[in-house]
Design a protein around this ligand. Sequence first.
Ligand SMILES: [Zn+2]
Ligand SMILES: [Zn+2]
Length: 285
Amino acid sequence: MDKDLSYGDDYKYIPATSVNSGSGIEVLSDIYCYTIQIVNICFVKEQGTDNFILIDAGMPQSADKIIAITEERFGKNSRPKAMILTHGHFDHVGAAVDLVKHWNIPVYAHKLELPYLTGKLNYPEPDPSVEGGVIAKAASIFPNESIDLGDSVMELPADGSVPEMPGWKWIHTPGHSPGHISLFRDTDRFLIAGDAFITVKQDSLYKVMIQNREVHGPPRYFTTDWNAAKKSVQMLEALKPAIAVTGHGEPMYEEELAEGLEKLVDTFDQTAVPDFGRYVDRNQH
Ligand SMILES: [Zn+2]
Ligand SMILES: [Zn+2]
């Protein structure tokens, strides 16, 4: 295994929290989601076996916590078969390097996300000037430099299958990041959407008291391609998911999810795309 795995130079603990931090939800008997400060990680168990997979890797400096949760749920010294990354933003790969070193497991991501996971390309700076209140303003402290997972990170199979996750397919849902993916299981229409859309209002993301469940567009400060982001939401809505787990916010079900997604698609230009910001070109919409 590559010994030179590293985080970016701007990697640091981000003091942000939400009302759900530190709590887990068994969404289904084989799907367990846990909130690390403000972001969700997800364990998917393969039915009839002891195998499980970890989706995303939480906030910076959360590796000990993630290992503890894993062992609590799956047993001492248990480890996932692999890690799947919806994308490489700091709040989704925060513990990735430590986890790979500790567990010695492969990581899979979309081909277009690999440069940001192998130290080759940094994400554009988060945009603190984007319309979006306090959170957007605070975004300038968010790390945007690439982590380096070396040879541990590999491209997802081109046929849409997901390693170690039979019955699931990955779907390219770019916009929030170039190689953003979502995961979908046909049998029960279960969607793991990453940040393609989220179920909490960005402004309340970091609030401890209020986190109303509501379908919203991707977090604004990092989203650079709003046309692609819109197409991705349309694509996910067309799948008619019955349950969705997103990178931020609580799981959503059935009608509440369907109505929220439909509304987001219908009003995307007005509600999701910011009125102003570095990565907004109003003429494109
Ligand atoms: Zn993100
Ligand atoms: Zn995120």
